[in-house]
Design a protein around this ligand. Structure first.
Ligand code: C2E
Ligand code: MG
Ligand code: MG
Length: 667
């Protein structure tokens, strides 16, 4: 109750307030001085209380109204900038004399973006946006963002934290500024809400309420936009590498094809031997490699091009405005060069390369899937030429793929038939392996042939890769071992040649099958062939690609008494330092070394023979075609030989004939 003076007055003023803050002032004037008695004052006091309630209700109502308006805008997907500007304007209306603004923190946390500052001086935005938050956090907004807590600058003129911006703010009439940061649900700073005044002052309770409401709304709006963007990103981006994804890439391809006058090229990239990285170093390392490759390639690709990860170890690049295949080829070369340096994955250096397929839009494509398919076909072609190659799609590749598909379909049928009634277009041919010292046949290499009703004899070089890729090699391989063992057992008995050995080629896919060993064991017991008369030929790539598992398996084979031979030695990339650890009996010197063998050029073969002997293995020379080669190999100490000089691979009856007649091959 105010103290009552005893004199008469013309007027009286009463503060309008609630329990915590002053809301306004009620002034009552009379024409003649009167004495405001207790009753009059009590009356006015009641009026003031009612006014306080009305004001509070009005403020709360308009705040609620603001809130629901903003929430509606957020829900309807209104641009964030518009939502925030509306919020500032409404708050300014509720707190007369205030200038509101909202800044958002950029992704790197180094700068702020003045997304809404409707009544701040024109150059305010740019001045705020130029501030580097890490190097020079000047002014209340920057400080609040940096500290993550509210900064109340109640008198800018007295506040040194404004630094060089102090003068700038004062000249533009900003005398006080209260900045409050707002956060995401995860606790990350999203931005700052600021209220400025043209007079020095601090926030009242009402202001504080306003700030709380404003930051809450700003959080909701920014967070929902953030979530929306994340969803959009998820729909269009690859989460691992951050590159665009297949969906987006296909949409872009479709758009380009709608305007055929725009020439472009598509590069299809596939990481060479990626499985090897995954299998040997783990999936985490594989992921790291993909991320680093994407990072390294990104700067080589123009902003206008589309760089996407299609999935797995496949990437694709849409090169806009590329008029000739030559241009695309140059870019492919640059990509290969950039990837040629090693990658640091965990604590190792890893070398990686890609095979690149190129398809150009001048082939007049209708559907995006078609151009991507052709780039993919070209990539396969590149892969077949070795690591880090590129190839451009042309029509012959398409024909090749079609014929490969045809081969696959037919081969499936052949295998079905094989297990249905045992009849088959598959045959085993036998090529004799000769002792270079005695000239006698010591065994045969079993080599498969496909007796195709229309195409004649199809080479294994053509269909074995298809069988490997499709997994058909597993049933085919099983049949080969069975057939070869039966045949050999038959000869051993019929011709009384118990020492004869049969060599059977085993592909990698076959070798790693979990039932490989039991199957071999079963075949041996079924046919009764002594294990020592079966020799399995594996290639260096089998040793390398599955090094961990392979050792175990080789040792078990050795324990069973089966012999092992390393085929095409010298053409793969086996690590010589590992060779001694594998229980191998024989090195087969690849034909390419025998081809070039002359008395002057014998170093490589000499070294391989010495290596074999050093490791307590024997050596077989493949592809002997001339008497000179034979003589020289014998002089170099190579124990065995195989080649057209003796005999090409022949059907079993002819092989039997050779066994019976033992030609005088070595004089
Ligand atoms: P490989 O195991 O290195 O077989 C040797 C190849 O060299 C055979 O080709 C053989 O006919 C050929 N050859 C033998 N002597 C000479 C010669 O003096 N000169 C020339 N130019 N070539 C000679 P083929 O039968 O066409 O087999 C090719 C490859 O296909 C084999 O190479 C092997 O990797 C694979 N292969 C053949 N049969 C089978 C099989 O039953 N299973 C599996 N997994 N692969 C097989
Ligand atoms: Mg072989
Ligand atoms: Mg070979």
């Amino acid at each position: 109750m105010p103290m009552l003076p005893r004199a008469d007055f013309n007027g009286i003023g009463l503060l309008i307030h609630n329990s915590i803050a002053t809301l306004g002032l009620l002034e009552v004037y009379t024409p003649d001085p009167i004495c405001f008695d207790l009753e009059a004052v009590q009356f006015l006091q009641n009026v003031v209380e009612m006014l306080a309630i009305a004001i509070e209700r009005k403020q709360a109502e308009s705040l609620l109204q603001t809130q629901s308006q903003i929430l509606e805008q957020v829900a309807s997907g209104t641009e964030l900038c518009e939502v925030f500007t509306g919020l500032c304007l409404q708050l300014e209306e509720q707190a007369p004399g205030s200038l509101c603004s909202i800044m958002l923190l950029n992704e790197t946390g180094t700068r702020m973006e003045a997304i809404a500052a409707p009544n701040m001086p024109d150059d305010w935005r740019s001045a705020m946006e130029e501030i580097n938050l890490l190097e020079e956090p000047i002014g209340a907004c920057a400080l609040a963002l940096r500290e993550g807590s509210a900064v109340l600058s109640e008198d800018v003129a007295e506040d040194e934290t404004w630094g060089r911006l102090q003068e700038f703010a004062l000249v533009r009439g900003v005398r006080s500024l209260w900045a409050t940061p707002f956060f995401s649900q995860a606790g990350d700073i999203l931005g700052v809400f600021a209220i400025a005044h043209t007079v020095p002052c601090g926030p009242t309770m009402f202001h504080q309420q306003l700030i709380r409401a404003a930051t809450h709304l700003a959080t909701l709006a920014a967070q929902s936009r953030h979530t929306e963007e994340q969803l959009k990103r998820q729909a269009l981006y690859d989460p691992l590498t951050g590159l665009l994804n297949r969906t987006y890439f296909m949409t872009q391809l479709r758009q380009r094809l709608e305007t055929p006058e725009n020439l472009f090229a598509v590069l299809f990239l596939d990481v060479d031997h990626f499985k090897l990285v995954n299998d040997s170093l783990g999936h985490n390392a594989g992921d790291q490699l993909l991320i680093q490759m994407a990072q390294r390639l990104r700067p080589c690709i123009r902003k206008t091009d589309i760089f996407a990860r299609l999935g797995g170890d496949e990437f694709s690049i849409l090169l806009d405005g590329v008029k000739t295949v030559q241009q695309a080829q140059t870019i492919a070369d640059q990509i290969k060069a950039v990837l040629s340096l090693p990658f640091q994955i965990e604590d190792r250096q890893v070398f990686a390369s890609v095979s690149v397929g190129i398809a150009h839009s001048d082939n007049l494509y209708e559907h995006p899937e078609d151009i991507l398919r052709d780039a993919d076909i070209a990539m396969y072609q590149a892969k077949s030429q070795g690591r880090s190659q590129s190839a451009t799609f042309d029509k012959t590749m398409h024909d090749m793929i079609m014929s490969r598909l045809q081969t696959e379909t037919e081969l499936r049928r052949v295998v079905e038939q094989l297990f249905l009634d045992g009849s088959s277009q598959l045959r085993l041919y036998y090529q004799p392996i000769i002792s270079l010292t005695t000239g006698r046949i010591v065994g045969f290499e079993a080599l498969i042939r496909w007796m195709h009703p229309e195409r004649g004899i199809v080479s294994p070089m053509e269909f074995i890769p298809v069988a490997e890729e499709t997994g058909l090699i597993v049933p085919i391989g099983q049949w080969i071992v069975q057939e070869a063992c039966e045949q050999l057992q038959y000869w051993q008995h019929k011709l009384e040649m118990p020492e004869l050995v049969v060599s059977v080629n085993v592909s990698g896919r076959q070798f790693v099958q979990s039932d490989f060993l039991p199957t071999i064991r079963q075949i041996l017991s079924f046919t009764g062939l002594p294990p020592a008369c079966l020799k399995l030929e594996i290639t260096e790539s089998v040793l390398m690609e599955t090094a961990a598992k392979v050792m175990d398996r080789l040792e078990q084979l050795r324990e069973m008494g089966i012999q092992l031979s390393l085929d095409d030695f010298g053409t793969g990339y086996s690590s010589l330092s590992y060779l001694h650890r594998f229980p191998i009996n024989t090195l087969k010197i690849d034909r390419s070394f025998i081809n070039i063998l002359t008395p002057e050029q014998d170093q490589v073969v000499k070294a391989i023979v010495a290596l074999a002997h050093g490791l307590k293995m024997d050596a077989v020379a493949e592809g002997i075609e001339t008497q000179e080669q034979l003589n020289q190999l014998r002089d170099l100490g190579c124990e065995f030989g195989q080649g057209y000089l003796f005999s090409p691979p022949v059907p079993s009856d002819q092989a039997e004939h050779l066994l019976l007649n033992q030609p005088k091959w070595v004089k």
